[in-house]
Design a protein around this ligand. Structure first.
Ligand code: ADP
Length: 161
């Protein structure tokens, strides 16, 4: 049976840390659905369309990766799409408590839903979208933090904010 997993997140914008988790999941499972969270109560720096587009460009070489967006509960989206496994990246102990709570809450909402954690690559444990936004908006060099093929687009948008 073919196995589809979901990698959810804000991806505002995609970082090398996200891409590392997506690539590793793509090597482990038949299909990876990367799901961009649309949170109507928050205004992201990159629009949903931009975040999807950047992810599409960054994952263009991975044939089993699909980019989608979703609103509302992840557990509900997974149920409606027939997906029973979430893959997330864990950077540090600081991620653990929140992710642990989310994994349990998701299982309560949808008992078939399992969450699998991949440890972040040693070079990306410090990396977050908010750090990229902060450095980029002050004109700092984010070349090592975001996928090379989307670096220019992300840097230009952050510079001009
Ligand atoms: P961020 O915290 O950077 O805003 P997201 O909400 O977009 O991240 O995160 C989506 C998923 O990617 C989460 O599972 C998160 O733990 C994981 N992730 C984020 N940054 C990294 C990283 N540098 N290395 C590994 N996984 C990461």
């Amino acid at each position: 049976m073919s196995k589809t997993v979901i990698c959810p997140g804000s991806f505002d914008p995609v970082t090398c840390g996200h891409l590392d988790i997506i690539k590793r999941a793509s090597g482990m499972f038949d299909k990876v659905v990367v799901a961009v969270l649309v949170n109507s109560s928050k205004t992201p720096t990159f629009t949903t369309e931009e975040r999807i587009d950047l992810l599409q460009q960054a994952t263009a070489g991975l044939r089993n990766v699909e980019i989608v967006s979703f609103e509302g509960l992840l557990a509900g989206y997974c149920k409606n799409s027939g997906i029973d496994t979430i893959v997330k990246g864990l950077r540090a102990v600081s991620d653990f408590e929140y992710e642990f709570q989310m994994a349990i809450a998701n299982k309560k909402l949808n008992p078939e839903l399992e969450t699998i954690f991949l440890t972040a690559d040693a070079d990306s444990t410090f990396l977050s979208s908010s750090m990229v936004r902060e450095i980029g908006s002050m004109g700092g060099d984010i070349r090592n933090f975001v996928p090379a093929c989307v670096h220019e687009r992300i840097a230009a948008k952050l510079r001009n904010r």
